[in-house]
Every structure is written in structure tokens, then in C-alpha cells.
Design a protein around this ligand. Structure first.
Ligand SMILES: O=c1ccn([C@H]2C[C@H](O)[C@@H](CO)O2)c(=O)[nH]1
Ligand SMILES: [Zn+2]
Length: 133
């Protein structure tokens, strides 16, 4: 995947963020290994806890279009500080991303820190843990 294109797509969807409470707009894109890209922004609610993060929104767009294996995720927030996915998003990401999948966190003037899924959610709870027989 061309990183500059992914950044542009994440910036574009970030402009759609619904953030009247935090004013903290986030954009995320996920992609498949065949190059299909899905984008999501954060969508807040007057009942604050119902807010959906950009990362989960992007993943749910992909799953809704039939894509359950995601090769990577790129995230961009409103500040020059590094933005990392929250714990809830990490758990949802781990459902659809392999431990080796890449997470690119964009900050500042298109600086990028890259992590693997295993790095940001080690020792995860996953479907294997549901085999309790
Ligand atoms: O990685 C993150 C962190 C926060 N948010 C959203 C949730 C809320 O709308 C706002 C402030 O937490 O930013 C995201 O979308 N992704
Ligand atoms: Zn989150």
C-alpha cells in the first residue's frame, strides 16, 4: 500500500468526524492484502459512552463489505502528538488483524510510528480462549 495515499484517505475521512463534545477529530483507514481500503471517522454521541472511535468505524465498514482479514491500519488525529488506538479498538483490531499486521500512527507533519498488532496488544484474549472443553 502507498503510504501517502493512505494518509490522504485518512485525512479526508477525518474531515467527516462528528465531534461536537471532544472536538478531537480522528480518521482511520484499514486495508486488505489485495489493496482494498476502508475509511472511518469517530462519531460521538450526547450519551458520551456511545461514541465510536475512527478505528472501529473503519473496521466495521470493511467487515460490512465482506472483508474480515485486514492487513493494516493507519490512524491520524488532530494534534502533533502521537495518537495510539484505545484499548477497546485494540481488542476489536485483534479480531481481524494478524499479530504481524502493521499499525501506522501518523502525527506532526506526516511523521509515522509503526507498530505490529502483537506489540500493541500482547497476550490478547481471542477466539482460541473460548475453547473451554
Ligand atoms: O485512537 C483514538 C482515540 C480517540 N478517538 C476518539 C474518541 C472520541 O471521540 C475522541 C476523544 O477521545 O477521540 C478515536 O477515534 N481514536
Ligand atoms: Zn478506540
Amino acid at each position: 500500500m502507498e503510504i501517502a495515499t493512505l494518509i490522504a484517505q485518512a485525512k479526508a475521512v477525518r474531515t467527516k468526524a462528528y465531534v461536537p463534545y471532544s472536538h478531537f477529530a480522528v480518521g482511520a483507514v484499514v486495508w486488505t492484502d489485495t489493496g482494498q481500503v476502508f475509511a472511518g471517522c469517530n462519531v460521538e454521541n450526547a450519551s458520551y459512552g456511545l461514541t465510536i472511535c475512527a478505528e472501529r468505524n473503519a473496521i466495521f465498514q470493511a467487515v460490512s463489505q465482506g472483508h474480515q482479514r485486514l492487513a493494516g491500519l493507519l490512524l491520524i488525529g488532530p494534534t502533533s502528538q502521537l495518537l495510539m488506538p484505545c484499548g477497546a479498538c485494540r481488542q476489536v483490531m485483534s479480531e481481524f488483524m494478524q499479530p504481524t499486521a502493521k499499525i501506522h500512527c501518523v502525527y506532526g507533519t506526516d511523521l509515522i510510528k509503526t507498530y505490529t498488532m502483537a506489540e500493541i496488544l500482547p497476550n490478547s484474549f481471542n477466539k482460541e480462549n473460548l475453547n473451554f472443553d
